[in-house]
Design a protein around this ligand. Structure first.
Ligand SMILES: *[C@@H]1O[C@H](CO)[C@@H](O)[C@H](O)[C@H]1NC(C)=O
Ligand SMILES: *[C@@H]1O[C@H](CO)[C@@H](O)[C@H](O)[C@H]1NC(C)=O
Length: 210
């Protein structure tokens, strides 16, 4: 997610100040949310493929080596070799920049699918869980909103550039979701079917705040 945000912001920044990449033919004013949103939308399929010229990585599929989740209810869920697909067809709903409060806001929605291997232990929805195998998940219409405070600093050529600080994001799963955890409970298919069903039902009802 961080790579996605950083690249998108980077490209928006280019749109704001230079218009020098052939892909971005005209500049936007910072107050012109409609222009910023349209530019971000136009370049999303392109920048998610990665820009060789400026060395950005490929974002769709996005690869993350490891994600480790530990929750207070006692679930330990580790994912390895995580691939996330769907950013390239994301719809950018809103990009706005408030220069007074120095906050950038980005809203987009996308259908996302995630594949990885996993190791799970502990409790999930009060049920014991353990397993190690393939994990896949698909979410339809995930709406993501990001709020990104920034500073304006001078770059080495003395131009003003936006320097991002810590960002926050929320996402809300509006469509359906599907989960699959392979080889749960050492191939006890009945329990794993039950748990897979519970996951399908529960997870989509919650909006997840990160
Ligand atoms: C984006 O959101 C801002 C603030 O809510 C609003 O003023 C602006 O018109 C929106 N832009 C678009 C393109 O919908
Ligand atoms: C569970 O089943 C899968 C596929 O049939 C197999 O690859 C895996 O080794 C099995 N795991 C155990 C612990 O028996």
């Amino acid at each position: 997610m961080r790579a996605f945000v950083c690249t998108l912001i980077f490209v928006i920044q280019i749109a704001l100040s230079y218009g020098s990449l052939p892909l971005i033919q005209y500049k936007c004013w910072t107050w012109d949310s409609a222009c910023l949103t349209a530019r971000a939308q136009a370049i999303t399929p392109i920048f998610t493929a990665g820009f060789h010229e400026i060395g950005t990585e490929r974002l769709d599929p996005m690869f993350i080596d490891a994600v480790n989740v530990k929750d207070q209810a006692g679930l330990k869920f580790d994912m390895q070799n995580v691939y996330i697909e769907g950013f390239k067809t994301a719809t950018i709903d809103n990009v706005s920049i408030d220069m007074n409060s120095r906050i950038m806001r980005l809203v987009f929605h996308a259908d996302l699918s995630i594949k990885s291997s996993y190791t799970a232990s502990g409790y999930l929805f009060s049920l014991p869980i353990f397993g190690h195998g393939d994990f896949s998940m698909r979410y339809d219409n995930v709406l993501t909103e990001m709020v990104i405070p920034f500073d304006i600093i001078k770059d080495t050529q003395g131009k003003n550039i936006i320097n991002l600080k810590v960002y926050k994001y929320w996402f809300d799963v509006r469509g359906g979701g599907q989960f699959h955890l392979g080889n749960l409970y050492n191939n006890d298919t009945i329990s794993s079917k039950i748990l897979n069903n519970i996951l399908d039902k529960n997870v989509v009802q919650d909006s997840i705040k990160v």
